[in-house]
Design a protein around this ligand. Structure first.
Ligand code: ADP
Ligand code: ADP
Length: 213
């Protein structure tokens, strides 16, 4: 199955994509994770992306296009969940073309719906492991005691001012993709509120219904 998980920053895309990987055997392809890894390793892509990520802006389409298409090809074109890609209409159009060229269209776009107040709460309480990139939430998904607390850090782009910018970028550039995929009959909306397992169960139900339809 080829899926996109879509939604505002902090909606729970990475969390749910991780569960789909563990439980449904889909490979999680996160352009955000790929970009952060490149930044950590100071590769040419990482150096180019840094200024954009730090300001909460989108990295140029041509750069992320290559990262996403290479990752899909590396995984063999099947059984993946794209987390955080596409994020602009241009990226979505390229992805549609890529699917047509390889005869591997996207099966469904899961849109996680979460109100703004919840997003701000989730992002401001999000923490990550400095080495593994594992994501936690201070209240809802705290790091286990076995993890060294010094390695639990806040992402620079999860500071309040950058969060505000990311939300406005999301509204302007990414949200229109809902219509793009609804027009192609691919959009599946899922309520992203409630605890992590509750949301996952809704995703499973929505996917099963779609397969049966
Ligand atoms: P979140 O899930 O919190 O929205 P991500 O980890 O997906 O954040 O992305 C972090 C940052 O990486 C984005 O704010 C953006 O700068 C960059 N990025 C990730 N994916 C894309 C993309 N598809 N297009 C452009 N920039 C991207
Ligand atoms: P995204 O990839 O969409 O930016 P994440 O999966 O990183 O979102 O989730 C954002 C934050 O909210 C993380 O700290 C994560 O642990 C937490 N989180 C994710 N899903 C839920 C949920 N259903 N309830 C409470 N917290 C959640």
């Amino acid at each position: 199955m080829r899926l996109i998980i879509f939604g505002p920053p902090g909606a729970g895309k990475g969390t749910q994509a991780g569960l789909l990987e563990q439980r449904r055997g889909l490979v999680q392809i996160s352009t955000g994770d790929i970009i952060r890894e490149a930044m950590k390793n100071e590769t040419p892509v990482g150096k180019e992306a840094k200024a954009y990520v730090e300001k909460g802006e989108l990295v140029p389409d041509t750069v992320v296009r290559k990262l996403a298409e290479n990752a899909i090809a590396d995984e063999g074109y099947d059984d993946y969940v794209l987390d955080g890609y596409p994020r602009t209409t241009q990226q979505a159009e390229w992805l549609t073309e890529f699917g047509e060229e390889n005869d591997t269209p996207i099966d469904a776009v899961l849109s996680l719906e979460v109100p703004d107040a919840v997003i701000v709460e989730r992002l401001s309480r999000r923490r990550v492991h400095a080495e593994t990139g594992e994501t936690y939430h201070l209240d809802h998904d705290p790091p286990p005691d076995s993890v060294d607390p010094d390695l639990i850090v806040q992402r620079d782009d999860d500071k309040p001012e950058t969060i505000r910018n990311r939300l406005s970028v999301y509204r302007e550039e990414t949200q229109p993709l809902e219509d793009y995929y609804a027009d192609r009959d691919a959009l599946v909306t899922v309520d992203g509120q409630g605890d992590i397992e509750e949301v996952y169960t809704r995703i499973e139900t929505a996917l099963d219904e779609r397969v049966a339809a």
